[in-house]
Design a protein around this ligand. Structure first.
Ligand code: DC
Length: 215
């Protein structure tokens, strides 16, 4: 069974999707981590973002392993590095590149084939797994999402103001929505879950109930 969870940055998708997968005994596919890992590799290799046609070859040559609780890039643990503001800001070059998306979509489908998976991203229910048995669109208001992102950054030892975080988030929302390939869009058959007034546990409870109904 494939459960897709799509939605904007900061809606609490990663935490909810990971915990949901644990409760169900499903594998968890954090597709944003794949886009981030390609961006990190490109930054490390001094890739020129103007050379968009070279990015797909770079992506295809990477070994990205999504293990429980950590992400490995060519064997190196990059779990924390892919969450830096620098990588977050550069990832749109990767996400906007149609050829890179094809490479990563193939990886995502290969990871999910024949398995029970909770997969999380922007295009999982619309493009990558249009026939998924259960589709969820997880969202929250912009201010609530920015507040959560700021708390995450502070926990990771980064200082930023709420205004800065909100401005970066607005830019990312705009890019996610306007992307020519794989834009953030709610699948017609997705159930919408708004997380503003719910604790993380309440969100997972709600998601689990939705999935179990479909099992
Ligand atoms: O969910 P996240 O913030 O880790 O995602 C990182 C970036 O990758 C974000 O800019 C959106 C993009 N992304 C995407 O285009 N398609 C996906 N399936 C997942 C993420």
């Amino acid at each position: 069974m494939i459960v897709t969870i799509d939605g904007p940055a900061g809606a609490g998708k990663s935490t909810a999707a990971r915990q949901l997968a644990e409760r169900l005994g499903f594998e968890f596919l954090d597709t944003g981590a794949m886009y981030r890992a390609v961006a990190l590799a490109a930054l490390q290799q001094g890739h020129d973002w103007q050379q968009a046609d070279r990015l797909a070859a770079l992506a295809a040559g990477l070994d990205i392993q999504l293990e429980p609780g950590r992400v490995l890039l060519d064997g190196e643990d990059v779990t924390t590095a892919i969450r830096s503001r620098e990588v977050t800001a550069a990832t749109h070059y990767v996400a906007d590149n149609a050829a890179v998306r094809e490479v990563l979509i193939e990886k995502q489908r290969a990871e999910a084939t024949g398995k029970n998976v909770v997969t999380e991203g922007r295009d999982q229910g619309t493009i990558v797994f249009p026939d998924a048995e259960c589709k969820i669109f997880l969202t929250a208001t912009a201010s609530e999402r920015a507040r959560r992102r700021l708390a995450d950054l502070e926990r990771a030892g980064t200082t930023a103001s709420l205004d800065e975080v909100l401005a970066e988030q607005n830019l990312r929302d705009e890019r996610d929505a306007q992307r020519a390939c794989g834009p953030l869009r709610q699948a017609d058959d997705a159930l919408v879950v708004v997380t503003d007034d719910a604790t993380a546990t309440e969100v997972v409870d709600q998601l689990e109930a939705i999935v179990r109904q479909k099992m």
